[in-house]
Write a protein that binds this ligand. Structure first.
Ligand SMILES: Nc1ncnc2c1ncn2[C@@H]1O[C@H](COP(=O)(O)OP(=O)(O)O)[C@@H](O)[C@H]1O
Ligand SMILES: [Mg+2]
Length: 246
């Protein structure tokens, strides 16, 4: 259910984790899997990534983790879905996965849901739990994104504020909130800026596609986040396109 279509659904799933603070060191594993959100929760790399993030966050909850990247298509949504699924499956936390990539919503696909966001209920101070949807994983809810531009009559500036408010309110209702954000580049006035959103999160991970993402772009993205005051926990290196990993 909800697995991305095509070859990618059965592609080699391989990630390398590098985290700072010496909390996790480096883990390199590969695994072939028919990838659904349930199988993501059992992929060893995902468990390792979650474990390092858990440590880097000081095991202090509630917490919000923001997943972003320098460019598009590097694996943000896959990593965000995986971390949320691991946390819900292998801990006792109430977990919420939030799609704040309103420019290109995708998280819903992992769960076979439509991209809808009840702006009216949100504005009327309704509970996030009432707006969110349950998933086929116990203790994991998902807050899908608004279809692009629908329901959004405000300026881009207030979209930033809306994103920050969603994060703040979600964090008050769940133990662990995992945000699937847009990429940092290229900037687009219709997106919720991940750099601005990062300040509302307790930690940020940058997803990098090995042998694809230019080093300078990773450095720039990290610098933007740091300058904004984000707590950059580390980098998840997704090497699913790396022929050396096969
Ligand atoms: N490790 C991986 N193994 C297999 N497919 C992957 C992996 N990482 C990403 N993909 C595929 O690559 C595409 C882009 O990944 P996605 O997570 O949507 O990136 P982003 O959110 O950064 O745009 C998706 O079709 C996804 O299924
Ligand atoms: Mg995505």
């Amino acid at each position: 259910m909800g697995a991305p279509a095509g070859d990618e659904a059965t592609a080699l799933c391989s990630v390398v984790l590098e985290a700072r603070n010496g909390t996790g060191g480096k883990a390199i594993m590969t695994q072939s899997a028919s990838v659904t959100v349930k199988t993501l929760a059992d992929i060893i790399e995902m468990k390792r990534i979650y474990s390092v993030i858990d440590n880097a966050l000081g095991k202090t909850y509630p917490a919000c983790l923001l997943v972003t990247s320098g460019a598009r298509g590097e694996g943000k949504t896959t990593v965000a879905a995986g971390i949320a699924a691991v946390a819900a499956t292998h801990s006792t936390k109430q977990v919420l996965a939030v799609d704040l990539n309103w420019f290109k919503p995708a998280l819903h696909e992992w769960f076979g849901l439509d991209p809808v966001f009840d702006v009216g209920t949100f504005r009327n101070n309704g509970l996030i739990k009432d707006i969110a949807q349950t998933t086929n994983i116990a203790n994991l809810d998902i807050l899908t994104a608004s279809p692009p531009r629908e329901g959004m009559t405000e300026s881009a500036g207030s979209e930033y504020m809306l994103g920050t408010e969603i994060v703040t309110r979600a964090r008050a209702e769940y133990d662990f909130v995992v945000v699937d954000a847009s990429s940092i580049f290229p900037t687009n006035r219709h997106m919720m800026d991940p750099v601005t959103l990062s300040k509302a999160a307790d930690g940020v991970v940058l997803v990098v596609l090995m042998n694809v993402t230019p080093r300078q772009q990773v450095k720039r993205a990290r610098m933007f986040l740091k300058t904004a005051g984000a707590n950059v926990l580390g980098v998840v290196v997704n090497q699913w396109k790396n022929p050396m990993a096969r």
